[in-house]
Ligand binder design. Structure first.
Ligand code: FAD
Length: 223
């Protein structure tokens, strides 16, 4: 029996919505079945019956009745293009959850948290805040233009700071790392970085220069 035939015998992960957030990025919502995860973990997702699948952080909250992923459509990208063209009723192949990112930030840890994201690297933090809205967090989000401040109403007053590199509408105009250089950070803060490798590695250097210990810095690199 083929892999596809076996999967068709169990309830599939079925797409219920594909929601555009801006020109480049969108959310895919699909059935949760009995999958449970911790905010920060990722899934491996592909279109059922096609061979390619990629990692995506869960974007939705732990207790929501559906799963969501936030995807940037990458130029010439194989999977990120296919997922955007899905329609309600289409089925996905989903494996996971995987990873440990953010797992030590969860209550009852009760630490001061600094979340640093570039682009769709906001996804695990969105999941975390949806699940633990009362956590003591600040999010620093590096984006090109302010329309990439996806669904920002989820974040608490004063807890979400945008750094826009291509328009002047963010809280800070310029690169996230420039903002970080001038930011006061308590040495006991737990810092979580997620997104592209250039941002992550440059930010680690800045945090170390500020005297933060490696034991307080955690990373999830997307590409
Ligand atoms: C643990 C983990 C979690 C991830 N979570 C997310 C997530 O929540 N949302 C998300 O959008 N992506 C996420 N990614 C990246 C994702 O897995 C894919 O790499 C991405 O969607 C591109 O896949 P593709 O098949 O479209 O492109 P491919 O055909 O695989 O690659 C095309 C090229 O695009 C580059 N690339 C990959 N991602 C990007 C990007 N965002 N911007 C510009 N260039 C890129 C690749 O390095 C490659 O050179 C995650 C990656 C990892 C390792």
């Amino acid at each position: 029996m083929s892999k596809i035939e076996i999967q068709s015998m169990i309830a599939p992960f079925t797409v219920t919505e594909v929601r555009d957030l801006c020109e480049a990025s969108y959310v895919v919502r699909f059935s949760k079945r009995d999958l449970s995860f911790r905010p920060g973990q990722h899934l491996v997702v592909g279109v059922l019956g096609m061979s390619d699948a990629r990692e995506y952080s869960v974007y939705s909250g732990r207790d929501e009745e559906f799963l969501e992923i936030l995807v940037r459509e990458v130029e010439n990208g194989v999977v990120s293009k296919k997922l955007r063209r899905l329609n309600p009723g289409n089925n996905l192949e989903v494996n996971g959850p995987y990873g440990f990112f953010l797992t030590n930030a969860q209550p009852p840890a009760n630490k001061k948290l600094l979340f640093i994201a570039s682009g769709t690297g906001i996804a695990p933090f969105h999941s975390f805040v949806k699940t633990y809205p009362d956590a003591d967090y600040t999010i620093l989000h590096g984006i090109r233009t302010v329309d990439e401040a996806y669904e920002k109403e989820v974040y608490g007053e004063g807890r979400y700071i945008t750094c826009t590199s291509k328009d002047e509408k963010g809280h800070f105009q310029g690169r996230l790392t420039e903002y970080l250089k001038n930011m006061d950070i308590d040495k006991e803060t737990m810092v979580y970085l997620c997104g592209n490798s250039d941002m992550v590695f440059e930010s680690i250097d800045i945090l170390q220069e500020k005297g933060l210990s490696n034991s307080h810095i955690f990373t999830e690199v997307y590409f």
